[in-house]
Every structure is written in C-alpha cells, then in structure tokens.
Design a protein around this ligand. Structure first.
Ligand SMILES: O=C(O)C(=O)C[C@]1(C(=O)O)C=C[C@@H](O)C=C1
Length: 381
C-alpha cells in the first residue's frame, strides 16, 4: 500500500516537471525570438554577435539571484542558453563572406623534405606527390625556410605518431611561419636496428621520436642512445663512419639503401606504430573535397571555458576528431604567457567553404583570445 503511494507521488511530481519543462521551453523559444530581434539590430548596425560585457552582467545577475548551491548550475545553464543564442544569431548575421582560398599548385611540384634519402618522410612525400621532385634539407626549420623563400612549393613533415604523440616541433614551426596544412597521409613505421656487418654496438643514433617509439626494446639493450636529426641521416652517418660501435634506428628500406645490416627488425613498442605526415604551404589551399580542419586556440583560465568551447561544435553539428593541449610555442608573441600558457589543437570534420563552418570559426575567432586556422585538407591513405 505504502509503495503504491510513493509511486503515485513520483508520478505527480513528474507530471509537474513535464508542465514546468513546457513552460521552460515556451520561455526558451520566446528568449530565442528576442535574440533574433537583437541579431537583426546588430546586422543593421554592424555589430558583432559576441558581447562579452553583456554576458557578464547577465551571469552575475542570474547567479546573485540563485541560492548558493544552485548559483554555479544556473550560471552554466544561462551560459549554454547564450551560446545557443549566438549560434542562432550568427546564422542571421552571416552573410559572413565565405573566405577565398588558393587552389593547389599543378604537379609536378618541388617538395622540401627533412633528412635525406630513405627517410619515412620521403616515403610520405612520394605518396602525396607521386611525380614530384624532392629536395632534402637538414632540419625541419630548413624545410619551412625553403617554402618561405620559394625554393620549394610545399614541405612534408611528420606531425603525429600513434606511440609518441604530437611532434611539437612541427606544430611550433607552423605557428612561427604562419603556414597551413594542405594534405595529410600516414604510413606504418617499421623500425629496425641497423649497423655495419660485425659491429659491436655501444651507441645507437636516431631521431628522438624513433628512440621514444622503441623505448621497450632500448630499455633492455646495453647501449647509449643519442638523438639525431633524422632516422635516415643517422643511418647515412653510421654507414659513412669508421666507428664500428655505432648503430642507427631506421626503416629496413633505409638500412638497405645505405648498405647496413638489419641487426633486429620490428623493434617499435607498438606493432601498429604509425606516423602521420602533413604537407605544408605558405597560403591556405582548400578544395571542395577537403574534410579535415585543424585549428588552434587559447582559452581563458576560467571555470568551464573548455566545455564552452566544445559545446559550440555540438551546436553546429560538427564532429571533433582530435583535441590536444600543449605549451604555447615560444615563437608566438601575441599570446601573453602569464595568462595564456597553453594552446589547444583541434581537428574536426568539415569544409571551410561550408557556411556553418565559417560561422563557427567566426564565433571562435571573436571569443577566443587567440585563434588560428591551420588548414583544411584531405587525408590520403
Ligand atoms: O545582448 C546581446 O547583444 C545579445 O546578443 C544577446 C545575448 C544573450 O543571449 O543574452 C547573446 C550574445 C551576446 O554575447 C550577449 C547576450
């Protein structure tokens, strides 16, 4: 009998919740209608959608009128309502001009690639630009310089590895040179330990990422590890050296190319060890079939700022495929270190010519202290 009464009570309460929801919905729609009016006013008066001061005033009032234990929740609720309002207003305001992007250069093109023949980046370059000329440069920054001064049309560089994560140097140089990503591919990396026949290995040279990717193997191997600019350069150096105690970690293809013996094959910790490579260009190039967008931005150190940024993507129906944070690159002087000490890197699915994507990026650009479009491109398998 008592159980039945509780059930009845719950039913009653839920009925009231439904009625309250109906009322909230009616008021929500009324508020959005008012915001449409605001948007029309802003369009006529050339105002931007985001009005930070007004939002602050609304949130302070809402919080001060709520009981303590619900003040934060009420603040979040109204923050979300205002985010929806901005999304709606942006649709009304934006005749936002769809940006103009350059078309890709006609192949054959000249590609700048770090390292030397036999590198994994060379393999990625051939995959991205089958008939093009590849020039090798000692360092990642030399690749950027070559594209900057017209010595090459594009550069190809590693950006991310499935074992070791992001390749920070590439991201930092993208920011420093203000360059864009215009293609991406990935290749499975099969590292091997390579040395001259009969070597008594005491020191192993390789790119620091390759050393990281073979951490498990190297832990049990009694040799000193020395980071080198590139896996292929390390192999070339070992091949040209008279020192019989050195070895390199590189691909088997590279070992063969330099006449080295494979001491041990498949030494990466992860058998599916894969590296992604990007093609960089001086100007953004976007084709209608490009479907990955990379951006980076700084968020203020305030409660919920990451959540607020992410909800935008949900409101615009856009799917985030990657999010990482990293220390602000030293080279970026327009970010104040004291307040904005990390940058978020995001990839999401979309095309930068799609008006909805333009709207989202416009609002992010308005609201974030620092925002940069890093490119819109296709992934080549
Ligand atoms: O008052 C405005 O300017 C509005 O656009 C309305 C509104 C809101 O929804 O309350 C929305 C966005 C602004 O950033 C501030 C407030």
């Amino acid at each position: 009998m008592k159980k039945r009464r509780v059930k009845m009570d719950l039913k009653e309460i839920r009925k009231e919740i439904d009625a309250t929801d109906d009322e909230i919905l009616r008021l929500f729609l009324k508020r959005m209608d008012l915001c449409v009016g605001v948007a029309k006013y802003k369009k006529e008066n050339n105002m931007q959608v985001f009005q930070g001061k007004r939002e602050q005033e609304i949130l302070e009032r809402i919080k001060s009128e709520s009981p303590d234990d619900l003040a934060e929740g009420a603040g979040q609720l109204f923050t979300c309502i205002m985010d929806i309002s901005k999304c709606l207003q942006q649709r009304i305001l934006s005749d936002a001009p769809v940006p103009h992007f350059e078309s890709p250069k006609i192949q054959p093109v000249r590609i700048a690639c770090p390292g030397t023949k036999g590198s994994n980046t060379e393999e990625a370059s051939v995959k991205l630009f089958p008939d093009s000329e590849i020039d090798f440069y000692p360092d990642f920054s030399d690749v950027f310089e070559a594209v900057e001064n017209g010595g090459a049309d594009y550069g190809v560089l590693p950006i991310e590895n499935s074992t070791a994560g992001d390749i920070r140097q590439t991201y930092d140089l993208l920011a420093k040179y203000n360059f864009y990503i215009c293609k991406r591919t990935q290749i499975k990396i099969n590292h091997c330990l390579a040395a001259k026949p009969g070597a008594d290995i005491k020191t192993i040279y390789s790119h620091e990422q390759a050393l990281k990717q073979c951490f498990g193997f190297l832990k049990g191997y009694p040799a000193r590890q020395v980071p080198y600019a590139n896996t292929a350069l390390a192999a070339e150096m070992v091949a040209n050296s008279d020192d019989n105690t050195i070895a390199a970690i590189c691909s088997e293809r590279c070992a063969e190319l330099y006449g080295l013996e494979t001491v041990k094959r498949d030494i990466a910790d992860n058998p599916d060890n894969t590296t992604r490579f990007i093609c960089i260009s001086k100007r953004p190039e976007v084709t209608p079939d490009a479907d990955i967008i990379s951006i980076c931005m700084s968020l203020p150190h305030t409660t919920g700022s990451l959540y607020r940024m992410l909800i935008r993507f949900a409101l615009y129906g856009l799917n985030i495929t990657k999010i990482e944070s990293a220390p602000v690159p030293q080279a970026k002087q327009d970010i104040k270190r004291e307040t904005f000490d990390v940058v978020f890197y995001l990839d999401f699915e979309g095309n930068a010519l799609d008006p909805e994507v333009v709207r989202l990026m416009t609002i992010l650009e308005e609201e974030m202290k620092y925002f940069k479009f890093l490119g819109n491109y296709k992934h080549f398998d």
